[in-house]
Design a protein around this ligand. Sequence first.
Ligand code: SF4
Length: 276
Amino acid sequence: MADIHFDYRLAIAAMEHGADKIRINPGNIGSPERVRAVVNTAKERGIPIRVGVNSGSLEKELVEKYHGVTAQGLVESALGQVKLIEDMGYDNLVISIKSSDVMMCVRAHELICERTDYPLHVGITEAGTIISGNIKSSIGLGLILNQGIGDTIRVSLTGDPLEEVKSAKLILRTLGLRKGGIEVVSCPTCGRTKIDLIGLANEVENMVADIPLDLKVAVMGCVVNGPGEAKEADIGIAGGCGEGLLIRHGEIVKKLPEDRLLAALREELLHWNENV
Ligand code: SF4
């Protein structure tokens, strides 16, 4: 997927060198002839074009018409760009409307899906660092995807791109749109917690990342309430004072020294299919 701005020759070169899809904003590619040259190459090769509209670069006329950057303006901009390419005889298109204003982005998606059937690539742009980016993306994508709007997604974070992928998967799984993978639930800790639960929960989350099972793992802070609170999990561990419990569906399976809890959980997960 090549994201090309300004230079139409780069868009053409990207397609000639194997790009599966290109993203352009026809408005900054230049003259209609240049846009046409890009569209013709895409057409010859059957390469989809993603038409991207960003709140930061909305056309001046639309900002004036709607008295500022608005969802209506973003939609009109996107549909105008789509029409330009359609008029050149190509409709293998995907639309993306991005705004760093979460609710504006949600509104724009609600509006555009009433007016077109083209696939929509959904994301909250410039969402920020890990915490604010995740919150904004979760709320924005959650509200949009939960209405059945959207075909592909991007989570944008100022951070390691791997975190973007993890967040995207988690958002989809939380919405029930993606199955598979281990979900880790953990308690918030309280006065009963006698182990480093925060460290343990993070270790468990990393440990399960590559285990191809579809189940819920609980990491609980105490042996008093942990097993009960972890009832809905398939398997879990509950920390105690120097020792802890391995639990399945809320039932205690065995007691272990604290430093063996993580390894015991891993063992159980690796042999999960043999034991069920
Ligand atoms: S499981 Fe135990 S440690 Fe965790 S919040 Fe509940 S009572 Fe507190």
